[in-house]
Design a protein around this ligand. Sequence first.
Ligand SMILES: C[S@@+](CC[C@H](N)C(=O)[O-])C[C@H]1O[C@@H](n2cnc3c(N)ncnc32)[C@H](O)[C@@H]1O
Length: 329
Amino acid sequence: MTAAFRDFCSFLHANSGLVIDGEKKYLVESKMRPILSEYKLADLNALVAELKRGTNTKLIDAVVQTMTINETFFFRDRQPFDKFKDVIVPDLVKKRTPGKTLRIWSAACSSGQEPYSLLILLDQMRSLLGTRKFEIVATDLSNSVLDKAKEGKYSQFEVQRGLSTPLLLKYFQQIGDRWQVKAEYRSQINFKQFNLLNPLMGMGRFDIVFCRNVLIYFDAKTKGEILRKIRSVMADDGYLLLGASETVVGISSDFLPDGDHKLLLRCQGQAGTRERATESPALGRSSVVDNMVKHLREPRPGAPAARPLASAKRPLQPSASALAAARLK
Ligand SMILES: C[S@@+](CC[C@H](N)C(=O)[O-])C[C@H]1O[C@@H](n2cnc3c(N)ncnc32)[C@H](O)[C@@H]1O
């Protein structure tokens, strides 16, 4: 492994949690090729040197966004959404008095198909909800996918992936050859930039968390830390849903599969004794870039310049400026 590749991997892991093994050098090089050409950089060495300078925040953002995988579609895998409609919401409606708000977090929402699927289901369950309100918070690391999610505009191909024609016609309007979620529905989702490696503060408590198809990219330690943090912002009777190939087994004892519905994870224990979830400001848009710059510029005392993945302790140390500047708006 070359020093430049090791630095690149270490930097990406520390700031997005993504783990790249030594065999994937070709993948990194091919993914970085358009960026090298756009920023007129000769090779990976030049890219890492530029990242280390830390002045080009656009470049840093572009590198993270290119390396993360944003694949998603409406009602992905169907079953979690059926459980949401048939089991979770009816159960929580029984437990929450009228007037309460059900809070749902789509924790790596990519371009928005997941939270819009949840919104459609909740909209169709209004009579069951009665006077209970709901709030959907949808976050992702990547600003470019979030911009798309906020705009809610999808190609014909994208809407065909998971949406029936009646749902398409009810919730979207056609604009040229694209389909946009109607404004009255778009405004019901609170989209924010958030890095799952950062402290989960100022988010309030959630009844339901969808954290699907993102843990798969992290190492076991990072997965465990993220699950612990998620538990700390959940109601004790809350539900967590992971991706089809993701599990808590051997990683976290904060959640257990629901007896009858193995797919659903129920919170274990009480959250009150864990992280204090609501007392400090949360990180926002600038945190990713700030952290990358910090990581490259200021290796922690005693840390080697190019920190090997295996020795990475806490993957993220938010900078003071990120903490001060970034708040979920
Ligand atoms: C494969 S998509 C999953 C989208 C959706 N949850 C689904 O299941 O269809 C993974 C998303 O995780 C986001 N992601 C990767 N690392 C992240 C991190 N550290 N914090 C927050 N989001 C992250 C990526 O930007 C990407 O949009």
